[in-house]
Design a protein around this ligand. Structure first.
Ligand code: BES
Ligand code: MN
Ligand code: ZN
Length: 502
């Protein structure tokens, strides 16, 4: 889908050749003249148009308007959130109507451009890959009509396009069936992306991973016929000496639970257990376009978790890359077992921050549902930056505690720790487990078990938390990392703006 930005009045919008024109109408009303302004005016006076975000009024073949379909869409206070809701409703209503060229008349402000692009891309995405008769993609060109197409709006468009591409990449990978999106396929996707966009990429297999001593990761993979992969992707947008942000994504391409097998109901949804990995690859897809002046490393441990004669089992003790031993009390707590070795590996990059992203616990779904991802962090500045990034990108998260008392349940008589604690606070005890593998760098963990996909009729990947991560990463450009790891505080861009000296 192609987006363009056009400086246009409401009168110009009426003359634009398109299959549909959508006019966003804020509470404050629209400014302009011509047939579209008149239509808005009449509809508002008659009480037929509600300016609440998401409310629509549709018209057809309006005199003086070139586009046959006209949609008036309330957008409330015209905030980014409300513009998103309005565009989601409008684009959703036009789905299946063969609209190829769409004109979107936006209220003022650069925030509207970003929101409109994100919402249009999100709403028009359709999974087609494994359907024998896929419906063709409809939207080809979207013209964003704004009062002024200034530098700020243009920059917003560039960023929003990149973010939309990243979200879509993550969603598509997440939605692929588990017999297609295997660890090998994830490795190929990474390699291919590196080749097209000039990233460095290494994809390690079982032999190399054994050499690294990732005994915990290997234990999870050993019950599957699919060979594991460990993906290392590097984006260099700043000087080579600048400390990178390391993103670690859980890449369980199918989680049956292993010997501690899950119940059959909805087990298919465990194909989404590689959503953390998909979000890391999605971020890189976006970085390829947005090219911020920072360095980013992506790490993805990828494997299946299956029961088998060779599978690991409850009671097994494994030795992680860090040297710490782990008693496996539940093979379904496998995410932490692959992430712990990746966290140990992350230290070699002397990172300014490490963020792991994982569909880690059902307990996090119980705690926060599908609205906010769980955020755990050892570093207050990093936590604040991520929380703010999530709010700004409409991809919110919520900070959870890491008190040491929560880790006490991981004690066992037979190893340095067990891989599960009791039933209580399961999302926190999982994070406490991971924390034992965190080196001397600021660390955050995003539990996206509730936010990475939707179940039910709308079943499918959401692409979260790609928007949050990109908002955070793009914000770092304004707050350059020091070359050494003394750069502890990853403050958001707003925190570094200083009042001019008097
Ligand atoms: N991938 C699951 C977490 C999950 C469960 C995500 C449901 C989304 C929905 C993870 O590997 C898992 O199975 N976790 C267990 C941990 C438990 C055994 C301590 C869980 O949450 O039940
Ligand atoms: Mn599991
Ligand atoms: Zn899992």
């Amino acid at each position: 889908m192609d987006f363009e930005l056009k400086a246009s009045s409401l009168a110009d919008a009426a003359r634009l050749k398109a299959d549909a024109v959508v006019v966003l109408v804020p509470d404050a009303g629209v400014v302009g003249d011509g047939p579209l302004a008149e239509l808005v005016d009449h509809a508002l006076r008659a009480g037929d148009l509600d300016t609440k975000a998401g409310k629509l009024l549709q018209a057809y073949r309006v005199a003086g308007v070139s586009a046959p379909r006209v949609l008036l869409a309330g957008c409330g206070d015209a905030s980014g959130r409300k513009v998103m809701t309005a565009v989601q409703a409008a684009v959703g209503a036009l789905r299946g109507r063969k609209v190829r060229r769409l004109a979107l008349w936006l209220p003022e402000g650069a925030a509207a451009v970003r929101a409109a692009v994100t919402a249009t891309a999100e709403t028009s995405y359709a999974y087609v890959t494994t359907k024998s008769k896929p419906e063709p993609r409809e939207l080809e060109k979207v013209s964003l009509l704004v009062a002024e197409a200034g530098a700020e709006a243009k920059a917003e468009l560039r960023t929003a396009r990149a973010v939309a591409a990243g979200i879509e990449f993550a969603r598509e990978l997440g939605n692929l069936p588990p017999n297609v999106a295997t660890p090998t396929r994830l490795g190929e996707e990474a390699r291919q992306m590196a080749k097209s966009h000039g990233f460095q990429c290494e994809v390690l297999g079982p032999k190399e991973v054994a050499k690294l001593g990732m005994g915990s990761f290997m234990a999870v993979a050993q019950g599957s016929q699919e060979p594991l992969r460990f993906i290392v992707l590097r984006y260099q947008g700043a000087a080579a000496g600048q400390a990178p942000v390391v993103l670690v994504g859980k890449g369980i391409t199918f989680d049956s639970g292993g010997i501690s097998i899950k119940p059959a109901g909805e087990m298919d949804e465990m194909k989404f257990d590689m959503s953390g990995a998909a979000s890391v690859l999605g971020v890189f897809r976006a970085l390829a376009e947005s090219r911020p002046a920072i360095n980013v490393v992506g790490l993805v441990p990828a494997c299946e978790n299956l029961p088998d004669g060779r599978a690991f089992k409850p009671g097994d003790v494994v030795t992680s890359m860090s040297g710490q031993t782990i008693e496996v009390l539940n093979t379904d707590a496998e995410g932490r077992l692959i992430l712990c070795d990746a966290l140990t590996y992350a230290a070699r990059f002397k990172p300014r921050a490490v963020i792991d992203i994982a569909t880690l616990t059902g307990a996090c779904v119980v705690a926060l549902g599908g609205v906010r991802s769980g955020l755990f962090a050892s570093d207050d500045a990093l936590a604040a930056a991520l929380q703010q990034a999530g709010d700004a990108a409409f991809d919110p998260c919520w900070r959870m505690p890491l008190d040491d008392e929560y880790g006490e349940g991981l004690k066992t008589n037979f190893a340095d720790m067990a891989n599960v604690a009791g039933r209580q606070a399961g999302a926190v005890t999982a994070a406490k487990f991971l924390q034992r593998f965190v080196g001397d760098f600021p660390w955050a963990h995003l539990d996206i078990a509730g936010t990475a996909w939707k179940g039910g009729a709308a079943k499918g990947s959401t692409g979260r938390p790609v928007p949050l991560l990109l908002q955070y990463l793009h914000g770092l450009q304004a707050a350059p990392a020091k070359a050494d790891k003394a750069a502890k505080a990853d403050k958001p861009a707003t925190a570094v703006r200083r009042r001019p000296a008097r």
